[in-house]
Design a protein around this ligand. Structure first.
Ligand code: HEC
Length: 123
């Protein structure tokens, strides 16, 4: 009977670990997904305030933007650019497109690139 005790302890320790891990997963997963939801909501807001004035909230171009011949951000011409090219254009600007490197962080610019990618899927 003496040999049973360590065995019992191991089973107990294992199930405690399992409970702990399950609890941790259940606890952390919603935080992580809430975080990315907050992040994308923030990016959508940034796009609305900084970009939609010319590009339209859906990337198709506002009336003002169309008068400046903004490209449709959902078009293959734009979507076929690499992430690095998109980030470069947003930070340094291009012709009538203003530069944003002074008003947006690298992280924000990177998130906007992801946002531009997501516009394509909404089409
Ligand atoms: C004042 C109007 C204006 C604002 C604000 C603006 N853009 Fe633009 N954007 C333009 C114009 C005009 C072009 C076309 C530039 C060209 O190719 O000559 C353009 C082009 C682009 C392109 C495509 C460039 C290419 O080579 O195809 C991307 C991507 C882009 N803008 C992203 C953004 C993002 C992201 C924001 C917000 C941070 C933003 N723009 C804000 C006017 C604007």
């Amino acid at each position: 009977m003496d040999q049973d005790k360590p065995h019992c302890d191991a089973v107990f320790a294992c199930s405690m670990l399992l409970v702990l891990l399950t609890g941790l997963t259940l606890f952390v997963a919603p935080i992580a997904s809430a975080n990315s939801a907050i992040n994308s909501a923030a990016t959508t807001a940034t796009f609305r305030t900084k970009c939609a004035g010319c590009h339209g909230q859906d990337g198709g171009g506002s009336a003002a933007g169309k008068s400046m011949n903004v490209p449709d951000l959902r078009s293959p011409a734009v979507q076929n650019l690499t992430d690095a090219e998109l980030a470069h254009i947003i930070s340094d600007g291009k012709d009538a497109m203003p530069a944003f490197k002074d008003s947006l962080s690298e992280d924000q610019i990177h998130s906007l690139v992801t946002h531009i990618r997501s516009l394509r899927q909404q089409k």
